[in-house]
Design a protein around this ligand. Structure first.
Ligand SMILES: *Cc1c(COP(=O)(O)O)cnc(C)c1O
Length: 369
């Protein structure tokens, strides 16, 4: 018998979340962002739920190849473009569209031998200062690309640093729209947060949105808004079982470093999930968890293979969870109760993106629906 931990991917939830994105931007095409192995879910496992998208966006050429192997004939966009000249051969062969964010990538295109000209997305650095051409260099870069026989259609993209926070996107939208004004071609600006919050604004929406985290059932602007507000559903449940129960006296401690001290008698459960499964070690006493679908809290430190949970709320409800009881670390319990991954991430001082994509190799994954 393997350890009882499992991750479950919910196809129906992916499907639902994609339709929520479509509702938010009925006039835009949707890139389903499946980088980092579909945010830890597995590209092959999310394909059924997300194949209703207009295209798939990712970074890794091997992942693009996997999407083609699944039979996808539609658009695939490499969000960071190519890393070396021979990547362009794979782009030609697989019909990949790619971002162009620097002069070196234009040089590679200029030297590339291809029968079929490439569709490219010219990226502007509108203020985030990661990738992209500065606004004042954007037109020059466009003119260079536009003169290349290796290039077919040119589209325009930028990325927001603060779509989920108080600074917002207005300053970047202004920079992008001014510098790209009357350049002919499609535009893509929005990640999940901008799509949900500003998708109705025609100056922001563009022709394509790039939806990542919202497809996986997380609120991109948590804690300002949660998944109930955005009406999305968790696409991943991480669950396990109790493999032990301990009855503590006042003064007893729990786990490494004796970080938790019981101030009164307390019954705790020991669940088979630890940081080697991808559960964040920074989650400490108080982090929410479900036992048999009842909300309770972690007590003590997360160890490599185990966490310890307070059983008081269950005992108060007249339940006696023992060995084998269901424990939900995030996602949906068997009784339907949902523990949003955003709450767990927040308790661990991180974000849902990191938790999903850090799901460990040793956790068996199943797909439902
Ligand atoms: C990852 C990524 C996205 C998706 O971001 P979410 O916040 O997960 O929606 C969009 N655009 C680019 C360029 C990205 O790298």
């Amino acid at each position: 018998m393997p350890r009882p931990i499992t991750a479950t991917i919910h196809t129906a939830a992916l499907h639902h979340n994609l339709s929520r994105v479509r509702q938010a931007v009925p006039d835009a095409k949707v890139w389903a962002v499946v980088k980092a192995n579909a945010y830890g879910h597995g590209i092959e496992r999310v394909y059924e739920g997300l194949r209703g998208a207009d295209g798939f966006a990712l970074l890794d050429l091997a992942e693009a190849e996997r999407v083609r192997q699944l039979g996808w004939r539609g658009p695939i966009l490499l969000l960071e473009g190519v890393f070396e000249p021979r990547d362009l051969e794979l782009c030609s062969r697989l019909g990949l569209w790619h971002a162009v964010h620097c002069d070196e990538q234009i040089d590679m295109l200029a030297a590339h031998k291809t029968q079929v000209p490439h569709r490219v997305f010219l990226k502007m650095n509108s203020g985030m200062n990661r990738l992209g051409f500065a606004p004042e260099r954007y037109r020059t870069a466009w003119a260079r690309l536009n003169a290349l026989p290796q290039v077919d259609e040119i589209s325009f993209m930028t990325h927001f640093s603060d779509a989920d926070g108080p600074r917002g996107i207005a300053h970047q939208v202004e920079v992008f729209n001014t510098a790209a004004e009357d350049l002919p071609g499609e535009r893509t600006l929005c990640n999940s947060a901008a799509t949900l919050r500003h998708g109705t604004d025609a100056r922001v929406r563009g022709d394509w949105v790039r939806a990542g985290i919202v497809l996986y059932g997380s609120a991109p602007d948590f804690p300002l808004n949660d998944i109930n507000h955005w009406a999305v559903q968790p696409s991943m449940t991480l669950s396990t079982r109790l493999i032990g129960v301990q009855h503590l006296k006042a003064g007893d401690t729990v786990g490494y470093g004796s970080r938790f001290v019981a101030d009164a008698p307390l019954t705790i459960g020991v669940a088979a999930c630890g940081y080697a499964d991808g559960y964040p070690r920074h989650c400490d006493t108080g982090t929410p968890v479900l036992v048999n679908g009842v909300r309770t809290r972690l007590v003590g430190r997360v160890s490599m293979d185990m966490v310890t949970v307070d059983l008081t709320p269950l005992l108060q409800a007249g339940l006696e969870p023992g060995f084998g009881a269901e424990v939900t670390l995030w996602g949906r319990a068997a009784n339907g109760t949902v523990l949003p991954i955003d709450e767990v991430a927040s308790a661990g001082g991180t974000v849902s993106w990191e938790l999903m994509s850090a799901l460990a190799q040793r956790v068996p994954v199943t797909v439902d629906g």
